[in-house]
Write a protein that binds this ligand. Structure first.
Ligand code: TMP
Length: 235
């Protein structure tokens, strides 16, 4: 297969099928825009299995994504889309960058979920964008910004309900969208403990990449525990 793109956590190959791509999840973990980086055997498998299950769950709840099917423990078939250079972040509880940027105390629950856009640009360190920046950079129109925000909030509702079933809290997450050849937006990339913050129901024990960012535990044990909870609610 022809390698089209290598990202921090995935390889993207031409799937030799019209309009489809083959994604292989890597055993790499990075934090702080690659400042911290490690190879963690087994991580690609966990992200692939978790992301496939979450995209499947969203599909069952009416949210379409680029996910077509899981091909193996580390591979997925996805629909080819033009990725929009935005990291769309939804926050239910304050932690991470918003505590540093705006002074919120970690753990503050927001009255309404907050949607933020960050520019997907490693050279600029993925800066926060206002809506006017998004239109100025010609990334999306005002109308499209509203569509992206509504889609992100709807996904937040479904993911929050899923996490609640697992006795967990969805603190925040990052998603990406792509444009299909028809010009529609489609949820893309991955949804996993790499891209979400997930806390236990009654404590701030976390089930996400913060264990790696903050050096507080094993990423494999943490993601394995999350996958087990996800599998438990299917039974
Ligand atoms: P932040 O608090 O660092 O801005 O992160 C918000 C959410 O976005 C958190 O769930 C982690 C996720 N995220 C990514 O998936 N990729 C990134 O590059 C960054 C900065 C955050």
């Amino acid at each position: 297969m022809k390698l089209l793109y290598e990202g921090k956590a995935k390889y993207i190959y031409d799937a030799d099928q019209e309009g489809l791509l083959h994604v292989t999840y890597k055993d790499e973990v990075t934090a702080g825009n690659g400042a911290k980086k490690d190879k963690v055997p087994g991580k690609g498998r966990l992200n692939n299995l978790i992301s496939a299950k979450i995209f499947q769950y969203l599909k069952e709840h009416g949210v379409k994504s680029h996910f077509v099917e899981q091909l193996s423990e580390t591979e997925q078939l996805v629909q080819a889309v033009d990725i929009i250079p935005l990291e769309v972040v939804v926050r239910n509880i304050a932690t991470g960058s918003i505590t540093k940027r705006l002074g919120f105390e970690k753990g503050t629950t927001f009255e309404q979920p907050l949607v933020e856009f960050f520019y997907k640009n490693d050279d600029l360190n993925d800066p926060l964008l206002t809506d006017d920046h998004v239109t100025l950079l010609d990334i999306a129109s005002k109308e499209e910004i509203d569509t992206l925000k509504s889609a992100a909030l709807e996904i937040n509702q479904h993911l929050s309900a899923l996490m609640a079933e697992m006795d967990l809290r969805l603190v925040d997450f990052k998603i990406e969208f792509g444009r299909t050849p028809d010009g529609d937006f489609l949820l893309a990339d991955e949804i996993s403990p790499d891209t979400c913050r997930i806390w236990a129901k009654d404590s701030d024990q976390n089930f996400d990449k913060d264990v790696y960012r903050e050096d507080t535990g094993s990423i494999i044990d943490t993601y394995e525990a999350f996958l087990n909870k996800l599998e438990d609610i299917e039974r």
